[in-house]
Design a protein around this ligand. Structure first.
Ligand code: UTP
Length: 294
């Protein structure tokens, strides 16, 4: 079996109901933070982590994602004749960036079901999953942090984050014990159990699973074996719980700031903070914000 993680699966076939009506005719993964669609942030994270083989699971609005990563001859020609060199480079860098394979999830039957759709393209190798509505700003890309753990243990690794108890029911939650790693015991965990969207009083901890995973191909067998769970969907968390019976799974509390860009407030927070960090916009935007009578 190939040991190196070469592939990243991007499930992008959800209904995005929290963001209606913007998501009526386009996937939420195409919503732009400042000027870049969410999915491009995720793809760049994969590339900066050394993972170049991109698989996107699409649903409705599939063409918007495909067009985004494809060459746009008309646009390039127009920018060329108008001598817009910088913009031309920006546009070209997107299509030059990656080779993408697409697979369709015809019905939004859950995240686990979406991952299962990528089975043939992933084949018998370890792979990563990125949910691009979880945008993570980190010095070392979050996926790279997980890969470092994977390369040590050769076992599945999930991104973890502490969340306030009152919000825990929105997440997959783990019961986990700390494991010594890199001279510390505060980031790596061995998973004992997982539960999708527990009631606050039933949550086994305040450690939530965030949208970055390193998985091994056994997950496909587990996803096929389970029944629909929370919300009537095939849940990835339930698949992981099934896989836990036969092999260890680790969780890693990553370094970095995560924004839930699939949620309106999270999206606005990410927009403001990313805009403030931009060389070309930050100063003017900061001045503008200072003068708002808040
Ligand atoms: P979310 O839980 O954020 O679901 O999915 P959603 O359905 O898109 O959004 P809301 O809650 O209705 O607003 C997490 C990720 O899994 C993908 C989504 O596209 C998103 O990237 N997903 C979810 C699928 O690809 N297929 C599904 O059936 C469900």
């Amino acid at each position: 079996m190939v040991e190196k993680v070469r592939k990243a699966v991007f499930p992008a076939a959800g209904l995005g109901t929290r963001f209606l009506p913007a998501t009526k005719a386009q996937p939420k993964e195409m919503l732009a933070l400042v000027d870049k669609p969410l999915i491009q942030y995720g793809v760049e994270e994969a590339i900066h982590s050394g993972v170049h083989n991109i698989i996107i699971v699409t649903g409705r609005g599939k063409s918007a994602i495909e067009d985004h990563f494809d060459v746009s001859f008309e646009l390039e020609h127009l920018l060329e004749t108008r001598k817009k060199k910088d913009l031309l480079e920006t546009v070209r860098s997107v299509s030059d960036m990656i080779d993408v394979a697409y697979v369709r999830q015809k019905e939004a039957l859950g995240l686990g079901h979406a991952v299962l759709r990528a089975r043939e393209l992933v084949a018998n190798e370890p792979f990563s999953v990125i949910l691009s509505d979880d945008v993570i700003d980190a010095e070392t890309p979050c996926l790279r942090q997980l890969l470092d753990v994977y390369e040590f243990y050769h076992a599945p690794v999930l991104a973890l984050m502490e969340v306030p108890r009152e919000n825990i029911s929105a997440y997959g939650v783990v019961d986990a014990e700390p494991v010594g790693h890199n001279g510390g015991r505060d980031r790596l965990y061995r998973i004992r159990n997982l539960v999708e969207k527990p009631k606050t009083e039933d949550a086994p901890s305040n450690l939530a699973i965030i949208g970055r995973y390193i998985l091994t191909p056994e997950i496909f067998h587990s996803l096929e074996a389970i029944q629909p769970g929370s919300g009537g969907e095939i849940q990835l968390t339930d698949g992981l719980k099934h896989m836990l019976r036969s092999r260890p799974i680790y969780g890693y509390k990553f370094e970095g700031k995560r924004y839930d860009a699939g949620d309106k407030l999270g999206f606005l927070q990410a927009t403001v903070e990313f805009a403030l960090k931009r060389h070309d916009l930050g100063e003017a935007f900061r001045d503008y914000l200072k003068h708002l009578a808040l």
